[in-house]
Design a binder for this molecule. Structure first.
Ligand code: NAD
Length: 365
């Protein structure tokens, strides 16, 4: 029997609706190529929700997401709402939906296609072949610990508490082992165990879990050395897992190896198979409505959605292959080509990906 999956769709603001539309078109083609159906339910988040509903995160949006198997998000924000007070900022909706859905594991892949290696700010031979995944803990650590501001005899003092519970470490590390299993079965756990107590707990939990995943090769690395190695020799990494702040910094560092933000997808996972999937880029108000945004990051986010939430691994891998083939063949949007005259628009890019996807399936038949 054909399986039906419910996908909540939050297009958001700026280029969000443009790139999400293309990802939905791609999922429509997957319905033809696999024995699967998607039922899409749309919700508002961010600036568009502020305008329509008076809040960046309407209750109805949370309900739509909770009733779905997974969520596909475009991007939120724009200059129109930049001077709003905190509770009426689009980003508040983003933080709110992550919290409401219990998303604690952020997956950020970074890959460099051969034909784009020359676009990196690092040497071509250093980045060519990079294909890694940074897994960041999203709900604990320094960003959520107690914050204090006070005065002592030497002046003003500020403190942020870095706190982790064993269960929080265990659930993200287990997730990381599972993701590593779907990749090259190599996991690097990043911490600062030579200095931080929270890192020593982190390392203890990782060591306890290692015997449960004998097929995955796991090692520890200190965050400062990891930051250096990411620049010196990024190809040594496959899957990395780390706490919230280290992950925030390392995932941005890793994404910059690749040369374009318009290519990078991400996933935020909760317990079970549920997850929210979105491009790494923002709402790009400077190009919104022009039909030139690169839809690849959102299309690849839909690929991650199929892989991590719906168990459609073949469809996800074929889609990834199709995107890579299209970029390698020279079809490029303006953000990933130096030759602006040859740049294609959003629709032409997704059209090329869809044609290639059909070809990839046909070759397997
Ligand atoms: P941005 O990622 O939106 O844009 C940075 C630059 O990259 C711009 O020049 C833009 O044109 C270009 N770009 C981004 N995505 C592209 C794509 N798919 N194709 C082609 N070019 C692309 O970051 P920003 O300018 O710092 O932020 C703009 C707005 O987006 C702000 O309101 C910010 O708060 C918001 N934002 C939202 C998210 C999110 O929704 N997760 C993330 C980052 C920024």
């Amino acid at each position: 029997m054909t399986k039906t999956f419910k996908v909540a769709v939050l297009p958001g603001d700026g280029i969000g609706p443009e790139v999400v539309e293309e990802a939905i078109n791609v999922l429509g083609v997957i319905e033809e190529l696999e024995d699967v159906k998607f039922s899409f339910e749309y919700g508002r988040l961010g600036g568009c929700a502020i305008d329509e509903d008076g809040t960046p995160l309407p209750e109805q949006t949370v309900e739509i997401c909770k009733a779905a198997d997974a969520v596909l998000l475009g991007a939120v924000g724009g200059p129109k709402w930049d001077n709003n007070p905190g509770h009426l900022r689009p980003e508040t909706g983003l933080l709110g939906i992550r919290k409401a859905l219990g998303l604690y594991a952020n997956l950020r892949p970074a890959f460099v296609l051969d034909c784009m290696a020359a676009d990196s700010s690092l040497k071509e031979e250093v980045v060519k072949g990079v294909d890694l995944m940074v897994i960041r803990e999203l709900t604990g650590g320094l960003y959520f610990g107690e914050k204090k501001r006070y005065e002592d005899e030497q002046g003003e003092v500020a403190s942020d508490e870095m706190i982790y519970h064993e269960y929080e470490v265990e659930r993200i590390v287990r997730r990381a082992f599972e993701v590593a299993r779907l990749r090259n079965k190599e996991l690097v756990s990043v911490d600062k165990a030579n200095v931080l107590e929270s890192s020593r707990l982190w390392r203890k939990v990782v060591d306890r879990l290692i015997p449960e995943y004998p097929d995955v090769e796991c090692r520890h690395q200190l965050v400062d050395s990891c930051a250096m190695e990411l620049i010196r020799n990024p190809k040594q990494f496959d899957t990395m897992v780390t706490e919230n702040m280290f992950g925030d910094i390392l995932s941005d560092e890793a994404s910059m190896l690749t040369g374009s933000i318009g290519m990078l997808p991400s996933a935020s996972l909760a317990d079970g198979n549920f997850g929210l999937y979105e491009p790494v880029h923002g709402s790009a108000p400077d190009i919104a409505g022009k039909g030139i945004a690169n839809p690849s990051a959102t299309i690849l986010s839909a690929g991650m959605l199929m892989k991590y939430s719906l168990g459609l691994e073949r469809a996800a891998n074929n889609l990834e292959k199709a995107v890579h083939n299209v970029i390698n063949s020279g079809v490029r949007t303006g953000d990933i080509t130096k030759n602006r005259e040859e740049a294609v628009g959003t629709k032409a890019m997704s059209g090329a990906i869809i044609n290639e996807l059909r070809k990839v399936y046909a070759e397997q038949a």
